[in-house]
Design a protein around this ligand. Sequence first.
Ligand code: HEM
Length: 158
Amino acid sequence: MLHKALVILHLLGAAAWIGGHIVLVLVVLPPALRARDTKAVLHFERGYGRVGLAALAIQIVTGSLLASKWLGGWGNILNFSVPAAHLVLAKLALLGVTLVHAGYAFHRLLPRLAAVHDTNGPAATSPLRRFALHAWITTMLAVLLLIVGASFRLGGIF
Ligand code: HEM
């Protein structure tokens, strides 16, 4: 029962994290880049920022508990005769890169977007492009986290 509740929470968190990033890169960013307008991006981040952070926190907590079950305890993380060990390591590596990218976008790039908020126009192009690049990388990492996650039950993708 607890395992089922953890999987459901993990899937809810994944839906919120991946869904939010897909809306950002496919719906919010393209017109913002065309118009060199930071407003829509800042507005989206003000609304989605907390939801995204909560979703990521849920993924880390539920993912760690699920990983411990699949491993038979964290002591087996480097025991490669346990089939789930390399999948958990892949998840942790992807999580690490995600935290670096998302943290950089949140703490460095968003304040730069806010700084050009009043000027917009050409001054906004470079910070917007850099933010878009990081948003795409974070989205791709999220999809990879989903694929590796599905591999636990599927016994691999190929
Ligand atoms: C944004 C981050 C993450 C996303 C989008 C994500 C997504 C997913 C998805 C979609 C599944 C498939 C669930 C199923 O088979 O029904 C899954 C499974 C899993 N994930 Fe994650 N995950 C994330 C972070 C993590 C983290 C940090 C860990 C910890 C190491 C983790 C550990 C696992 C485990 C152990 C499973 C297998 C659960 C099971 O089927 O019993 N995940 N993940």
